[in-house]
Design a protein around this ligand. Structure first.
Ligand code: MD6
Ligand code: FE
Length: 211
C-alpha cells in the first residue's frame, strides 16, 4: 500500500530523446550548505556578455573549470576572474551525485570537471540557448534543481517556437546527452510560490565535462 506521503510522480521519466528527469532524486539541504561555502570564496555574480548586457542569472562555479563570460565571449576557465584564484574544489558530495544521476540514465563513467551554479531570484529568466562551450559532447550534462520550482523549456533544434515545458522542483535532476546535447532550452521567469512565500530563489547546478 502506498503511504500518504509517498512521491506520486514517476521517479524516472524520459522527457525527450536522451533527456531524463529523475524526480525528487536528492535531498538538497546538504547541497545548499555546500553552495554557501563555495560562494564565500567565489561569490555569485552577473556576467557581462558579448552583446554588452549582463546576465540576469547570477552564477559561480566549482570544480577544475568554471564557465565564464565577458565582452570577448563565453569559455571555461580554471581561474575565477573576480578573485584570480582557482575555483573552489568540486565537493565529493557533488561529484557522487552527478555520477549517480548519470548512471541512473545509463551514462556510465561520467566524470565532471566543471560545475556551474546558477541563481535565479523572483523574475529572473534564462533565455533560449545551446550549451556548446564544452569540448566533449559525448558526456552528458547533469542538472540539479534546488529551491523554488521553475518551468524549463525545451525548444529543440530551433531557438524558439513550440516548447516542451517541464516543471522542475527542488531535488529534481535532469540528465541530458547524445542526440539532445545541443538542443535549445531556457527557463521561464521565476515566480513566487504562494504556498511557500519564504522561498525566494532557485539554484541550479549543472555538471559538465568541459575538456
Ligand atoms: C537551469 N539549465 O536549469 C539552466 N543546460 O537553470 C541549463 O541551462 C541547462 O539544465 C544544459 C543542460 C541542462 C541544463
Ligand atoms: Fe543550458
Amino acid at each position: 500500500m502506498q503511504d500518504l506521503f509517498s512521491e506520486t510522480r514517476p521517479h524516472k521519466q524520459q522527457i525527450a530523446p536522451d533527456i531524463w528527469l529523475l524526480s525528487n532524486f536528492v535531498d538538497t539541504k546538504p547541497l545548499l550548505s555546500l553552495v554557501d561555502t563555495i560562494t564565500q570564496s567565489s561569490p555569485f555574480r552577473k556576467m557581462l556578455t558579448p552583446n554588452g548586457h549582463y546576465t540576469g542569472v547570477a552564477a559561480t562555479n566549482c570544480g577544475k573549470f568554471g564557465w565564464v563570460s565577458d565582452k570577448t565571449g563565453y569559455r571555461y576557465s580554471p581561474i575565477d576572474p573576480i578573485n584570480k584564484n582557482q575555483w573552489p574544489a568540486l565537493p565529493s558530495t557533488f561529484e557522487q551525485l552527478a555520477k549517480d544521476a548519470a548512471k541512473s540514465a545509463d551514462f556510465e563513467n561520467f566524470c565532471p570537471d566543471a560545475c556551474l551554479i546558477n541563481r535565479y531570484l523572483i523574475g529572473t529568466k534564462l533565455g533560449s540557448h545551446q550549451d556548446k562551450n564544452e569540448v566533449n559532447f559525448k558526456q552528458p550534462i547533469v542538472s540539479v534543481s534546488i529551491g523554488l520550482p521553475a518551468i524549463f523549456q525545451i525548444f529543440g533544434s530551433q531557438r524558439s517556437g513550440k516548447a516542451i515545458n517541464v516543471q522542475l522542483y527542488d531535488g529534481d535532476v535532469m540528465v541530458w546527452g547524445n542526440s539532445s546535447r545541443l538542443i535549445y532550452h531556457g527557463v521561464k521567469a521565476l515566480t513566487e510560490n504562494s504556498l511557500d512565500p519564504n522561498q525566494k530563489q532557485r539554484i541550479n547546478l549543472t555538471f559538465r565535462k568541459s575538456h
